[in-house]
Design a protein around this ligand. Structure first.
Ligand code: NAP
Length: 514
């Protein structure tokens, strides 16, 4: 049961649109951001929308990541909608099935499920200048939309490295975000590649079942204590009866985490905190040789800071080997490392992350001049307030460029952006505008400001190479600094930074044969 804030009657009916129809708003994706957008539209009385979802269920990353041990590393009181709090979280860091169930319950209660077109992977969306609308081709049919909201998430396309000889491997291989639950790892020799946020969660889970785990580590992560705990019955009852208390706790967690931004912006502060964190490694890994392998050689926060209490202990087990030599080649039943060692393995699991800065989805959105977002960005994404891109009228991005957070909850950014997009829709209504497009100079100035704040941060000066940086070396993923200024800056839609104009008149469209 969620404690929700919503407009009366918003959940009471649902409408569906047959493929080929026109909708006012098409939302792509039904994860945290797509569902928040749908709920906001309904709250505003806008019923003319559809949510396009490629899979056969909703939930985005929380549907796709089902690997053993998958849980959120941001506390659940914060990693949830502020307007639909769940007093029943079982733990401070809730496991994936619970977060997925939360999203499903939210979608049900808000009457969003009937709005989702499952199996509608978007193949291409192109702006039709004559009609002033988006033409969206999906695996389930084509529709047109006045406004397109891309809510596809940054962590949706798995990245699997092109290792030499990988195709020759005869055993099973799978990525953490596409876990093969039909394959039993019991008694097997398992190679795990990668030591990021996902791997540190599933390695302790598979270690007791596998005969041997070879963990291929390219860069040692910084790992801080998790201190997860079960929430008590008393907490559940209090949160259910006194929702403001849960909001207050949420606020306390938010502001507590905001302080981490100081270290991210000023590596000197982070270095001081590192000394405390290294104690966690010393306490959990007494063996100096293993500890040396696990000691990061860059400033904490340069890559995502990981939280775990069971990762290091699992690496101390006899059946786990941390391999720090690079992978030279994969052979039919083994992996050869650059030092010439060959390890026989039965299965390979990739915990190698996602295609964040080169999202395939960006190649499928084609703007006014016929070029895709991917082409325009050319490996380095830029938007205005992470939400709008010049040359792409009536397109809004959720979790767009520079809206990620190294220290706080992405849901905070999502809610900020949804509010901003709703402001844009209102401005269009108020001004009778059918088309809204950010001014290129506003976008350029905004990105100059963001870029100017990056040098000297831990991501630029921390001595590592992370997925936060794109192929040009620019940090195009994270919001630099405290999170609350992003909320302040997106609180109000700023029409002066946009061109708002009427749709081309129907007569004119007919005259040109449209
Ligand atoms: P990730 O953090 O990008 O980690 C990928 C790992 O694979 C890194 O250790 C990387 O090494 C390694 N790797 C990549 N290519 C490699 C190659 N060719 N050879 C050897 N190693 C290679 O991916 P992830 O663990 O899936 O996490 C991605 C993001 O998802 C996280 O940062 C986080 O934002 C999110 N996430 C969140 C949670 C949560 O609890 N909320 C849980 C899981 C994931 P290098 O470090 O050397 O690049």
């Amino acid at each position: 049961m969620l404690n929700e804030v919503q407009s009366p009657g918003a959940a009471d009916h649902a409408e569906d649109h047959a493929p080929g129809e026109h909708v006012r708003v098409a939302i792509v994706g039904s994860g945290f951001s797509g569902l928040a957008m749908g709920a906001a539209l309904r709250d505003a009385g806008i019923e003319d929308f559809a949510i396009l979802e490629r899979a056969d269920d909703l939930g985005g990353t929380w549907r796709d990541n089902t690997y053993p041990g998958c849980a959120c590393d941001v506390p659940s009181l914060l990693y949830s909608y502020s307007f639909a709090q769940n007093p029943g979280w079982s733990r401070s860091f809730s496991p994936q099935p619970e977060i997925w169930a939360y999203l499903r319950e939210f979608a049900e209660r808000r009457g969003l499920v009937a709005r989702i077109r499952f199996g509608h992977e978007v193949l291409r969306s192109a702006w039709d200048e004559d009609e002033s609308r988006w033409r969206v081709e999906t695996a389930g049919g084509t529709l047109t939309a006045d406004v397109l909201v891309s809510a596809t998430g940054g962590l949706s396309e798995p990245s699997v490295p092109a290792l030499a000889g990988l195709e020759s491997f005869t055993g099973p291989t799978f990525h953490s975000a596409r876990w093969d639950h039909d394959h039993d790892l019991a008694g097997e020799r398992v190679a795990v590649i990668g030591t990021g946020a996902s791997a540190i969660q599933f390695v302790p889970q598979i270690q007791p079942r596998a005969a041997q785990v070879h963990l291929f580590q390219r860069t040692a992560p910084w790992v801080v204590p998790r201190r997860d705990r079960a929430l008590s019955d008393l907490e559940h009852r209090l949160y259910a009866r006194v929702p403001w208390l849960q909001s207050a706790m949420r606020g306390a967690i938010f502001w507590g985490r905001e302080t981490f931004a100081l270290g991210l912006m000023h590596p000197r502060i982070m270095r001081a905190q590192q000394r405390l964190v290294i104690g966690h490694l010393h306490r959990q890994v007494p063996d100096p040789a293993l500890r040396a392998k696990l000691t990061p050689d860059y400033v904490m926060g340069c890559k995502r800071i990981l939280v775990s209490d069971d990762y290091y202990p699992s690496l101390r087990r006899d059946n786990v080997e941390v391999v720090t030599d690079g992978i030279a080649e994969v052979r039919p039943r083994s992996i050869l490392t650059t030092d010439g060692t060959e390890r026989e393995v039965d299965a390979i699991i990739f915990g190698t992350g996602f295609q964040v800065t080169e999202m395939p989805a960006a190649r499928r959105i084609v703007g006014r001049d016929g070029r895709s977002l991917g082409e325009v960005w050319d490996g380095s994404a830029r938007a205005y307030k992470g939400s709008a891109v010049a040359g792409f009228p009536n397109l809004f991005l959720l979790t767009g460029p520079n809206t990620g957070s190294g220290h706080n909850s992405i849901v905070f950014f999502i809610e900020s952006q949804v509010r901003y997009v709703m402001g844009a829709l209102r401005a269009m209504d108020e001004r009778g505008a059918g088309v809204v497009e950010v001014r290129p100079e506003a976008q350029a100035a905004y990105n100059r400001e963001i870029d100017a704040r990056m040098p000297g941060t831990v991501w630029s000066a921390g001595g590592c190479r992370s997925w936060y940086l794109d192929r040009t070396g620019r940090n195009s993923t994270l919001w630099p600094g405290f999170s609350y200024p992003f909320r302040r800056r997106t609180r109000r839609f700023d029409p002066e930074r946009y061109t708002l104009r009427a749709r081309r008149p129907a007569v004119a469209r007919e005259a040109v044969g449209a």
